[in-house]
Ligand binder design. Structure first.
Ligand code: TYD
Length: 216
């Protein structure tokens, strides 16, 4: 059965590692899984990603940034997410509509209702069934993201890591507020500790969602 699961969290919360582990876990159980990410996920959206994340683009105004995220999402939904769900696959997506609410809404201060409307336009009926928010203190997350970027020489993707600690705190609090308002769909996972510990918490949540009858 098709499931659309999104992963959210501040910079450095470990989403990428966890998504890879979840995908492997589900494949071992015989599920057909597609992993993808935003911004990006297909060539046109990847081209928009380059504009959005390049540190040289510090002149990008907030509303242009918002519209570019929406444009990338509309393309990604049409090319990747909707077809995969129509084929009955499980789609695991690294960031989606909640990221726009957290970053452009809570982080930048753009109107949340306007963002909801743009999200609706971009994703049409492709709404996540489950959203896992990896939560940890924003200072630690940011430090981890900065270390990763320099270790992996990701000099062309650091525009958000340049933002202030206060920005990242607003994003974190934004995610927590979104999760409080959508308790059916969103689950907050403690992302502190080793990748193995975080993964155990995440798998328990996922198993409960996929197979509620088996919950302890
Ligand atoms: P990425 O390098 O993929 O970061 P991470 O590994 O932390 O997910 O960069 C994605 C960046 O884009 C991240 O800083 C969050 C930001 N973003 C938004 O501001 N709005 C959005 O709608 C999305 C999808 C991402």
């Amino acid at each position: 059965m098709a499931h659309f699961i999104t992963f959210e969290g501040i910079e450095g919360s470990g989403k990428t590692t966890q998504i890879a582990m979840v995908a492997e876990f589900l494949r071992r159980q015989g599920h057909h899984v597609v992993t993808t990410r935003e911004p990006g996920g297909c060539p046109i959206a990847d081209a928009i990603r380059e504009i959005l994340l390049h540190p040289a683009n510090d002149a990008l105004v907030d509303r242009a940034e918002l519209l570019l995220y929406a444009a990338a999402r509309a393309q990604h939904v049409a090319e990747v997410i909707r077809p995969a769900l129509q084929q009955g696959l499980i789609v695991l997506c690294d960031r989606y509509t909640d990221a726009t609410l957290a970053y452009q809404g809570y982080g930048r201060g753009l109107d949340l209702d306007l963002i909801e409307e743009l999200n609706a336009l971009a994703c049409a009926d492709c709404r996540p069934h489950l959203t896992l928010v990896l939560d940890m203190p924003h200072e630690a997350g940011l430090q981890r993201a900065l270390q990763r970027n320099s270790a992996e020489n990701m000099t062309d993707e650091g525009r958000f890591e340049q933002e202030s600690l206060a920005f990242h705190q607003r994003v974190r609090e934004g995610y927590l507020a979104l999760a409080r308002n959508a308790p059916q769909r969103m689950r907050v996972i403690d992302a502190t500790g080793s990748p193995g510990e975080v993964s155990e918490r995440l798998m328990a949540c996922l198993q409960n969602f996929l197979d509620p009858g088996m919950a302890p």
